[in-house]
Ligand binder design. Structure first.
Ligand SMILES: *Cc1c(COP(=O)(O)O)cnc(C)c1O
Length: 373
């Protein structure tokens, strides 16, 4: 079987994990579409006992995050399984900028009186450390979607906590290659495998990873009882996508740095947010906690929403589409999404893919110039 992930580099683990070494076994992870199995072992029904294909995805991601992973139907399903752990009246600390689905889930629970929510700026490290002493769920997302604020996970995850408190980190934008929240002391790390892990915009899946045995079993029970299980084909596609994660991410973040610098110098661009730029408010923290700055850039234009919408219509190689972390570059105006009132109207979120950097720049530059008011 595979070497333990600590014995080989993550890049090698991504390629090797989950494969058999048995003579005659398929080289690739088998796609096993099965709801039930012949009784007599621990595997009877897949909603309870998983399929070998989900387990391959769990092995790949768990090894990278350095914990035990559970695969889910989507990133939101994995996230909801963590919120499912809260007792009535719990206190949730949530970033003021985070994925709109998480903000929506937290707000819906608060409206029904299930918990109360406290919002904090991601760079308010002292505020998060105080929240660790009183909150039952400390929810961090770093870098954040879409403002790309970076939290000092090292300091926050080491802070004293209320007994039983969960520190959860949505690690989707960093991927486990750029950041390992469990190594900092987080209780659980979340991935929307729909994004970088899958990497081809052709599946929905999520993964929750923890080192805490009791929490692992509780999250697993939540998956079972809520039926939040991954599709077997999706899990298989996610494993296949993960094989190339390291080279995709490396290429995309190199290009992102080039594009971020050029956008920052562009006469029609007001502001660029990219953790790798020295002008980024949490650049120093990013240098310390992240191994790479990622492939997502947010930028504001010198103009309003109409200008930004015209740029989205004017790009060609870059596709006007939501989501991030795929081989193809995509861009959208995030304030167009309902409930995202905290965002500047012209803010465009660009997910840089693996196309040629000069081709991408030419496309962005022509679209910005052509749309200028
Ligand atoms: C997309 C995303 C999610 C939700 O994942 P789904 O797979 O769409 O359910 C959660 N967090 C972040 C940061 C995301 O980008």
């Amino acid at each position: 079987m595979d070497k333990h992930p600590s014995a080989i580099k993550p890049e090698s683990w991504l390629v090797s994990a989950g494969r058999s070494s048995e003579p005659g076994a398929p080289l690739n992870v088998p796609l096993v579409p099965a709801s039930n199995f012949i009784l007599g072992t621990e595997r009877g029904y897949s909603r309870d006992d998983a399929t070998p294909t989900w387990e391959a995805l769990e092995e790949v991601v768990g090894g990278l995050e350095a914990g035990r992973a559970l695969a889910f139907a989507s990133g939101m399903a994995a996230i909801a399984a963590v919120f499912d752990q809260l007792s009535a009246g719990a206190v949730v600390a949530l970033p003021d900028d985070c994925y709109q689905g998480v903000a929506g889930l937290a707000a819906a629970g608060a409206e029904r009186g299930r918990w109360t929510v406290q919002r904090l700026a991601l760079d308010d490290t002292a505020g998060w450390i105080r929240a660790c002493a009183t909150a039952d769920l400390i929810w961090l997302e770093s870098p954040s979607n879409p403002l790309l604020a970076v939290a000092d996970l090292e300091a926050i995850c080491a802070a004293p906590r209320k007994p039983g408190a969960i520190v959860a980190v949505d690690n989707t934008f960093a991927t486990p290659l750029n950041q390992q929240p469990l190594e900092f002391g987080a209780t659980v790390s979340l991935q929307s495998a729909t994004k970088f892990i899958g990497g081809h915009s052709d599946l929905l899946a999520g993964v929750a990873t923890t080192r805490d045995d009791a929490l692992y079993h509780a999250i697993r029970t939540s998956r079972e009882l809520n039926g939040a299980t991954p599709g077997t084909l999706e899990a298989w596609l996610a494993v296949r996508g993960a094989r190339t994660l390291a080279i995709r991410l490396q290429r995309a973040q190199e290009t992102a740095m080039v594009l971020a610098e050029r956008l920052e110098a562009h006469p029609l661009v007001e502001r660029v947010r990219y953790p790798g730029l020295p002008s980024h408010p949490t650049h120093a923290t990013a240098r310390r906690v992240l191994r790479g700055f990622g492939s997502i850039i947010s930028f504001e234009l010198r103009g309003g929403a109409e200008f930004a919408d015209a740029v989205c219509r004017g790009v060609g190689l870059v596709r006007h589409a939501t989501s991030v972390g795929a081989v193809e570059s995509t861009m959208e105006r995030r304030a167009a999404i309902p409930g995202q009132t905290h965002l500047p109207p012209s803010l465009l979120r660009l997910s840089v893919g693996i196309e040629d950097a000069e081709d991408l720049w030419a496309d962005l530059d022509q679209a910005i110039r052509a749309a200028a008011p």
